[in-house]
Design a protein. Structure first.
Length: 276
């Protein structure tokens, strides 16, 4: 327990036998339950979870692994709780966990994301470039500022998880971007906290040449789908200006797309839920 909240940790892991034991050994003592999701490992990762709860999948993707971890916590934790996602490769500092929990506990957010850019350490240059590109697209897709969308170190309140549509999710590496879009569309309040980036020779499973185009298209389509759904379900005056500047921008001047984004941001702020 941490300040009256139960704390669960979800660790998606695929072939992380080298790093997982070290990650598990550094989990803070206040954590009530750890769920390791072994997504098709071939190196014995699933046999190294110790006292943690084990969920076994057959290579469904990191997004599917995290979803399954959240759902397992919903079944085993009672009352209000916070689900923290940590990678199984040791790239996330457990000492940052309390900072992720605070905005939810203090009633300032429903979902908290880590940001590595202020404390990027040895983040490879190509990762910084990819992060900046996806930051722009994710900010547009969400209608609010997102500085490091690819950071998977997150904390989510049980209120979000209990209302989440698990049948509609993103199974692969674009998972953080998808979640941010859906959280924004549903009015959940998002906070961002600086966290440390740890790079010690871990190998990423992301194939950049296929990942960037795929996720970029998902974000652009998601932007349009979100605005259309909000127009139908949650119409507002700012959305009128959003559509007007968007259509006019295509016809006369692309610079009007700046107005489109600004009015969209205003709309997103009007549908944001109160944190209880």
């Amino acid at each position: 327990m941490y300040e009256g909240w139960a704390i669960g940790v979800v660790i998606p892991a695929r072939n992380e036998s080298e790093h997982l034991p070290g990650v598990l050994s550094t989990i803070p003592k206040f954590v009530d339950k750890i769920v390791v999701v072994d997504d098709g490992s071939t190196d014995g990762t699933g046999g190294l979870v110790g006292d943690a709860e084990l969920v076994t999948l057959s290579g469904e993707g990191v997004g599917a692994a995290i979803d399954n971890g959240h759902q397992r916590l919903l079944k085993i934790l009672e009352g209000r709780f916070i689900s923290v996602v940590m990678a199984g490769d040791g790239q996330m500092d457990p000492s940052d966990m309390e900072g992720l929990l605070k905005p939810i506990i203090e009633g300032n957010a429903h979902h908290v994301k880590g940001e590595r850019l202020d404390r990027a350490g040895k983040m490879p240059v190509y990762r910084r470039f990819g992060t900046l590109l996806l930051t722009l697209l994710t900010t547009l897709a969400c209608g609010q500022t997102v500085r490091d969308p690819q950071c998977g170190y997150t904390a989510t309140s049980s209120a979000v998880l209990q209302s989440w549509n698990w049948d509609k999710s993103w199974k692969g590496y674009g998972y953080p971007n998808w979640w941010l879009m859906r959280l924004s569309e549903s009015g959940w309040k998002i906070a961002h906290i600086s966290v440390k980036a740890i790079y010690g020779g871990q190998k990423s499973g992301i194939r950049v040449l296929t990942f960037l185009p795929k996720v970029s298209i998902m974000l652009l389509l998601g932007l349009h789908a979100r605005i259309i759904r909000n127009t139908i379900k949650k119409p507002s005056l700012p959305l009128v200006f959003t559509w007007a500047s968007y259509v006019t921008g295509w016809i006369y001047c692309p610079l009007l797309f700046v107005v489109t984004h600004l009015t969209d941001r205003v709309h997103v702020s009007t549908i944001r839920r109160v944190v209880k």
